[in-house]
Design a protein around this ligand. Structure first.
Ligand SMILES: Nc1ncnc2c1ncn2[C@@H]1O[C@H](COP(=O)(O)OP(=O)(O)OP(=O)(O)O)[C@@H](O)[C@H]1O
Ligand SMILES: Nc1ccn([C@H]2C[C@H](O)[C@@H](COP(=O)(O)O)O2)c(=O)n1
Length: 218
């Protein structure tokens, strides 16, 4: 299984992180959360006071922050320079701004290059929106994870305090629309990807199905 790359794409809240980490653990692979990188870039852009509508400035400055991703599925780490941003990047301020920053082509070019560098010789599960289409189109295993909007919102609201499933469903729908309608590398299912609807599956069942697909395709 040396050199294996598993590409896991899908909309927000479909379970990509949980499933990817479980699969990586089971197979002794590394794990890369590319969404955390877009969030880290967004955290830095917000800290610089850059207007989110000013894509020219975002494009001009997106080469400045050093974004460092850990690849241990048991403790995925993300730093901007020396600052641990694992907590702040999950705050509402970043979540509601990240799609605008991720739509800037220069941001994507920088992060896709960083992702390819980390993927390197493989042995990794990589999750995001464009892994199977753009970042690693030759990955032997490509999964497109989905779940109904209601299930995704229910899962998200169970995870976060002080919110409702209705509020989460609206926020997820907004992000889905922005991520799947942007001009550069929108969220879409890659050629050769297997769609896995997790609405009626628990996490262990999702991981077992992905492991079965890995076995079948390698
Ligand atoms: N099959 C499942 N059944 C029930 N809950 C699940 C399942 N998969 C994931 N979850 C829960 O749903 C929530 C969202 O999962 P996760 O963060 O893995 O999704 P994601 O697709 O990575 O989201 P995002 O793209 O926003 O980072 C988490 O609380 C997770 O524990
Ligand atoms: N490969 C990727 C990964 C993520 N994004 C963008 C779109 C998401 O809304 C945002 C945050 O990702 P999440 O943490 O929710 O997985 O980052 C992208 O465009 N491409």
């Amino acid at each position: 299984m040396a050199g294996l790359v598993v590409a896991m794409d899908g909309p927000s809240g479909s379970g990509k992180s949980s499933a990817s980490r479980g699969v990586a653990r089971a197979l002794g692979l590394r794990y890369l959360d590319t969404g955390a990188q877009y969030r880290a870039m967004t955290w830095w852009i917000l800290r610089q006071g850059v207007d989110l509508a000013d894509s020219a400035t975002i494009a001009a400055r997106c080469g400045e922050p050093e974004i460092v991703s850990g690849t241990d599925p048991d403790s995925p780490a993300i730093h901007v320079g020396a600052v641990d941003v694992a907590g702040p990047i999950r705050e509402d301020e970043v979540t509601s701004a990240v799609s605008a920053v991720a739509a800037v082509p220069e941001v994507r070019a920088r992060l896709v290059a960083l992702q390819r560098e980390i993927i390197g010789a493989g042995d990794i599960v990589v999750e995001g929106r464009d892994i199977g289409t753009v970042v690693a189109p030759d990955a032997p295993v490509k999964i497109y994870l989905t779940a109904s909007p209601e299930a995704r919102a229910q899962r998200r609201s169970a995870e976060l305090a002080g919110t409702t499933a209705e509020a989460q469903q609206a926020a997820l729908a907004r992000r889905d629309t922005l991520d799947s309608t942007r001009k550069t590398d929108p969220l879409s299912m890659a050629d050769g990807a297997v769609e896995l609807d997790t609405t009626a599956l628990n996490l262990d069942e999702v991981i077992a199905e992905v492991l079965r697909l890995v076995k079948e395709r390698t």
